[in-house]
Design a protein around this ligand. Structure first.
Ligand code: FAD
Length: 408
């Protein structure tokens, strides 16, 4: 959830979203459609594949293990959606567009995936993260309300505000179901005419500044006019020379604690999503689908290999989560741990996304670097990538390849 303030951007995302319908009815007319291969069916790749398909292209989506699997960054139960973003306008704009698109998708799916609980922002001291977001949020029709800690304690008596100096409520915010939504996107993509293949993809042999397609581990090849790599924490494994240490997977642990029987004070009917920013950033999501109250520390953990790492949570991680639980929910101090997950951030060198053309291959696009805050943006990001691939949008400098620095 780390961002740096940056005033670089304006409304390219929304603009690129609306120009698609004209692009291609070639398929319907029996003419050749450009074929795009999208590698990765997580939040970034799945939505990108769907947006490209809806923009009239022939699309094959490939994933090694499936949409929102347990090793993917998009796996797990829930992800926070919010538009307060440290005053970076492009993220508030994208989040506003994402709210609309998630709602549209829910109507199509006839299924709720976005739970609007509000997000409660709590600060031990410096609250600039939300204060400087107020204007960019207002510009896209979203609001934040400031509460005194006393008022917050009256509204949310199940929480403690003892070390909290300022509180803001972002009423439109909430959480999205994660793995379930990824699979819904993949199913929708297939239903609307996209091809899905399961397998590990490697770039083909480039020639003349272009990639002819990808090779799958079973020996087959997929020829493509354009290729999008949306490989999440595997970006560097798939493209070691180009991505290398610009995006590294960091180990993140998430804990779910059991709530008292019959007690609804910790579920989405009563409790908002919350974030506390003090020396560290801690956050939590209400009990959803009876998994327990989710608590996590956003601090980047050690680097890890997303394929091979053992996902047993650490004692230190659990002790940290218990500290957070005690601090925010004193009545749950002795609550039992009921579930835990080890996930990873695909952390870019500055915490911003990577959405740009490959530096050496004209027909290849790189989409990743979600850095612990990408999930919510999936539908808006997918539209933007479709715009880039079709030449209707331009690269946002905040997401440009050239600004990333390899970590030492
Ligand atoms: C603990 C945790 C909490 C988070 N909280 C939030 C939050 O509250 N809000 C929010 O918005 N975001 C949050 N995020 C971040 C968000 O989940 C990620 O940024 C986002 O899911 C990244 O999606 P992705 O598609 O880039 O990656 P992934 O979901 O990892 O998808 C990449 C896919 O590519 C496939 N793949 C990779 N290489 C290959 C290959 N060579 N061949 C075939 N397939 C391949 C993988 O199998 C995988 O399915 C959180 C992340 C974590 C880990």
């Amino acid at each position: 959830m780390t961002d740096t303030p940056n005033g670089l951007t304006r409304r390219q995302f929304v603009a690129s979203a609306v120009a698609a319908p004209f692009v291609s009815r070639l398929g319907a007319l029996g003419l050749r459609q450009d074929h795009v291969v999208v590698v990765g069916a997580g939040a970034f790749g799945g939505w990108t594949a769907l947006a490209l398909l809806r923009a009239g292209m022939r699309v094959t989506l490939v994933d090694a293990w499936g949409a929102g699997h347990s090793r993917a960054s998009s796996g797990g139960e829930t992800r926070v959606i919010r538009a307060a973003y440290n005053g970076v306008p492009v993220y508030s704009e994208m989040a506003a567009r994402a709210f609309v698109l998630w709602r549209e998708a829910e109507r199509k799916w006839n299924r709720q995936v976005l739970f609007r609980t509000g997000a409660l922002w709590m600060f031990a001291s410096d609250d600039a993260y939300v204060r400087r977001s107020i204007e960019p949020m207002k510009a896209v029709g979203l609001s934040v309300e400031q509460l005194s800690p006393d008022e917050a304690a009256r509204r949310y008596p199940q929480m403690s505000f003892r070390d909290v100096r300022t509180v803001f409520l972002e009423p439109e915010a909430g959480f999205i179901t994660a793995r379930a939504a990824c699979e819904l996107v993949r199913e929708t993509f297939v239903r609307e005419g996209g091809q899905y293949r399961q397998g590990w993809a490697r770039p083909g042999t480039a020639a003349g500044g272009r990639l002819p397609g990808v090779r799958l581990a079973d020996g087959s090849t997929l020829d493509a006019d354009r290729v999008v790599f949306a490989c999440g924490p595997w970006m560097a494994q798939v493209l070691p020379d180009v991505v290398g240490r610009r995006i590294v997977p960091t180990r993140q642990e998430v804990f779910f604690f059991g709530t008292p029987e019959g007690d609804t004070r910790y579920d989405a009917s009563t409790l908002p999503v919350w974030v506390h920013i003090g020396e560290r950033l801690a956050y939590g999501v209400p009990d959803h689908e009876r998994r327990g109250l989710k608590v996590a520390d956003d601090t980047a953990g050690p680097e890890m290999n997303p394929t091979t790492v053992d996902r047993t949570p650490s004692e230190a991680g659990l002790a940290g989560a218990r500290r957070i639980l005690r601090q925010r929910f004193p009545a749950l101090t002795n609550a039992p741990l009921v579930e835990a997950r080890v996930c990873q951030y695909e952390a870019s060198s500055d915490g911003h996304f990577l959405v740009d053309r490959h530096p050496g291959l004209d027909n290849v696009w790189l989409v990743g670097g979600g850095s612990g805050h990408g999930f919510k943006m999936g539908p808006a990001l997918g539209e933007h990538v479709a715009g880039l691939v079709q030449g209707r949008a331009s690269v946002n400098p905040l997401f440009a390849y050239g600004r990333l620095r390899p970590r030492s």
